[in-house]
Design a protein around this ligand. Structure first.
Ligand SMILES: Cc1cc2nc3c(=O)[nH]c(=O)nc-3n(C[C@H](O)[C@H](O)[C@H](O)COP(=O)(O)OP(=O)(O)OC[C@H]3O[C@@H](n4cnc5c(N)ncnc54)[C@H](O)[C@@H]3O)c2cc1C
Ligand SMILES: *[C@@H]1O[C@H](CO)[C@@H](O)[C@H](O)[C@H]1NC(C)=O
Ligand SMILES: *[C@@H]1O[C@H](CO)[C@@H](O)[C@H](O)[C@H]1NC(C)=O
Ligand SMILES: *[C@@H]1O[C@H](CO)[C@@H](O)[C@H](O)[C@H]1NC(C)=O
Ligand SMILES: *[C@@H]1O[C@H](CO)[C@@H](O)[C@H](O)[C@H]1NC(C)=O
Ligand SMILES: *[C@@H]1O[C@H](CO)[C@@H](O)[C@H](O)[C@H]1NC(C)=O
Ligand SMILES: *[C@@H]1O[C@H](CO)[C@@H](O)[C@H](O)[C@H]1NC(C)=O
Length: 577
């Protein structure tokens, strides 16, 4: 415990820099944990730590680095929620490159542009939770591991909870799923278990408001050792001639003036999957060929920066109509506040042997035999290709595994699905625009460039058709409305998929992957950028292959873990960044 006092002295000054749109001055007048700066003239000359990006990971890290272990009291806040409350406001304006395998479709890329980052605009699907109301739990068979549930720990200000009630029609689908051979019903969804379970949303059960990074890690009493400046866009990480990060350069958007600020210990880059690779590249850390094209001096030739980009793709819908609708099951759970219980309920996380019992072996064998050199982006560096081959070997095994989920879908209280692929095999890129490096990055999902992703989607559509035709729901006379039973051969299904595939499931990761450098990795096991000292990356971009889950809780976990590691580093008698 004595060590803690030592840490307080060291963690004097933390700065988080965040870019928010000028009009989002609508940050409510709640008390702020950080001193909220609005002008560069209010900055100190130097900080111990600079965190770039006040998003999901960045706010968590800045909070932990500036906290005093004595000052916690249970947070009972009721601050109004300044979040965008949906997918449209407070976002960057990014569009993808045309997707050649999707009939040149262009996707509008959604990323949060505010204090709170993407946690302020996301769909709030969470896997850990506060335990549900007992009546609801009995009514819908919601089971859980109380040790794993959140909201038990007084230092935790982030919540996920169940609503007061659920649509009783869910029960029809829950019960019908029991007929699928080898399906499981795990106690809960933590760790992305294979099977069918009820999921909560990141909503505070007391206030019924969105529980996200800004409320959990920023709104609170002011701390004298923590400044957060808004309205500033970092455009460079400053490196000295030994490649030690010494601070950041940023543009103050109000007057377009450039400023610099020094970090004496470390710079932590948490700008998210789209902007973290852009900032590394703007700072001279990235693929040498790309940097040269943009006239940026190469500091570290690190070809993996911006490659290995993945998101969970969402397939087109499969929709049935009932001949005669099943009766609505009874329910005792009527306590449903108006804002809750709408978009939440039940999910299926299915391994490939359960989703495609007759096809999984063929899909895995075909994938395993592909020469990836034919499917990666042009100009892919040998290290990056080696990393993708290493992933290929892992996923060829996992396609045959029992514990690894591939097919994911939200179970609607109606006869339809949008199949989601938890482990895509195509890999995209997020790179600077070489003619306008500080403009939004060029996002290319490279959707369906590996044909295995089509094989998987076809198998998922066929799973749902079998489920409807041969399970207990068959007695209600389901008739396929979309795409229609006549769309049945592989070729017909493939063209239906190309027309309706959404490469963006809002879980972008992988553009600054934690992998070995010779496999195209960008950061090491302590999230330090290869070839640079005093610079770590901590956000969704370090995730090397997508988790079989939504990503926000993984990001919070990465942030908590790295904050603890940073504290430990500087707690050592002769600690260095
Ligand atoms: C629409 C949507 C729906 C989602 N739904 C879910 C869901 O239901 N469940 C779930 O678990 N996950 C969901 N996610 C994913 C989850 O929200 C993200 O994985 C997570 O929030 C990413 O955190 P991050 O810290 O990596 O990035 P972010 O939270 O996006 O933070 C990045 C921050 O950096 C700032 N920044 C960027 N560039 C600069 C710069 N140059 N200078 C200064 N600041 C900069 C940004 O403004 C932002 O504040 C969703 C995401 C989106 C976008
Ligand atoms: C919470 O906010 C609501 C609505 O603004 C207000 O009516 C209520 O008094 C607040 N509760 C507390 C405990 O501050
Ligand atoms: C978004 O970007 C496009 C193209 O760069 C531009 O035409 C459009 O005006 C922008 N929209 C907003 C709201 O800034
Ligand atoms: C509703 O509650 C009653 C009384 O506890 C119980 O007997 C019944 O089984 C419950 N019904 C459902 C659908 O849970
Ligand atoms: C409830 O879930 C458990 C496992 O989580 C399962 O064993 C049990 O059969 C389920 N009960 C009902 C009524 O579905
Ligand atoms: C790069 O930026 C320029 C200038 O803003 C723009 O015209 C061009 O379309 C961008 N290129 C890509 C691939 O987005
Ligand atoms: C399937 O049938 C529908 C309606 O009859 C028709 O519009 C569609 O073109 C057919 N599709 C194929 C692939 O035959």
């Amino acid at each position: 415990m004595a060590n803690h006092r030592f840490i307080f002295a060291l963690f004097q000054f933390v700065l988080a820099v965040v870019l928010i749109p000028p009009l989002a001055g609508a940050i409510p007048a709640s008390v702020l944990r950080a001193r909220h700066l609005k002008l560069p003239s209010e900055l100190r000359d130097s900080y111990d730590f600079i965190v770039i990006g006040g998003g999901t990971a960045g706010l968590t890290i800045a909070d932990r680095l500036s906290e005093s272990s004595q000052s916690w009291s249970h947070w009972q806040g009721n601050a109004s929620d300044g979040s965008a409350n949906g997918f449209t406001a407070h976002q960057y304006n990014i569009t993808s490159k045309p997707q050649t395998e999707l009939n040149n479709k262009i996707v509008s890329v959604n990323v949060g542009f505010c204090v709170g980052g993407s946690s302020a605009i996301n769909g709030m699907v969470a896997i850990y939770f506060v335990p549900p109301d007992p009546t609801l739990a009995a009514d819908f068979n919601i089971t859980y591991d109380i040790q794993a549930a959140w909201g038990q720990d007084r230092d935790n200000h982030l919540y996920a909870s169940y609503p007061g009630g659920l649509d009783p029609k869910f029960k029809t689908y829950y019960n019908a799923l029991k007929s699928v051979p080898n399906i499981e019903f795990p106690r809960d969804g933590h760790a992305g278990s294979h099977g069918v379970f009820w999921y909560p949303l990141s909503v505070d059960p007391k206030t019924h408001m969105r529980s996200y990074a800004r409320i959990a890690h920023w709104d609170d009493q002011e701390r004298p050792n923590y400044d957060l400046i808004t309205g500033c866009k970092v455009n460079k990480i400053l490196l000295d001639k030994h490649n030690v990060a010494t601070g950041v350069q940023f543009v103050f958007k109000v007057d377009n003036t450039i400023y610099t600020v020094k970090a004496s210990k470390e710079v932590i880059l948490s700008a998210g999957t789209m902007h973290t690779p852009q900032l590394l590249q703007l700072s001279g850390i990235g693929p040498a060929g790309l940097l040269k094209k943009a006239n940026i001096a190469v500091k570290v030739d690190l070809p993996g920066v911006g490659s290995n980009f993945q998101d969970h793709p969402i397939g087109p819908p499969v929709v049935f109509n009932w001949g005669q609708a099943p009766p609505t099951p009874p329910t005792n759970s009527t306590n449903m506040p108006p804002s809750e219980g709408q978009g939440q309920g039940l999910v299926a996380f299915l391994n490939l042997p359960v989703a495609a019992p007759d096809a999984y072996g063929t899909i895995a064998a075909r994938y395993q035999s592909l020469d990836l050199a034919r499917y990666v982006a042009p100009d892919t560096a040998p290290a990056v290709l080696a990393g993708q081959r290493a992933q290929q070997a892992i996923f060829a095994r996992e396609m045959r595994a029992k514990r690894v989920s591939f097919l994911n879908y939200v179970v609607f209280p109606s006869p339809m699905i949008h199949p989601i692929n938890f482990h895509i095999t195509s890999r995209g890129t997020v790179h600077i625009n070489t003619t306008a490096p500080e403009a939004e990055p060029v996002v290319d999902y490279r959707a369906l460039t590996n044909p295995t992703d089509i094989d998987l989607m076809i198998a998922y559509i066929r799973f749902f058709r079998r489920f409807m035709a041969s399970g207990p729901l068959a007695q209600y006379g389901p008739v396929e409305a979309t795409p229609g039973a006549n769309v049945s051969t592989d070729a017909q299904l493939a063209s239906y998929i190309r027309a309706g595939y959404n490469p963006q499931g809002w879980h972008p990761v992988g553009t600054a992957a934690k992998m070995r450098r010779e496999l195209g990795g960008v950061v090491d096991d302590e999230l330090r950028v290869y070839g640079v000292r005093g610079l770590r990356v901590a956000d969704a971009s370090i995730i090397p292959t997508l988790v079989a889950a939504t990503t926000q809780l993984t990001v919070y976990t990465i942030a908590e873990k790295i904050a603890a590691m940073i504290k430990e580093t500087w707690e050592r008698p002769h600690g260095h960044g």
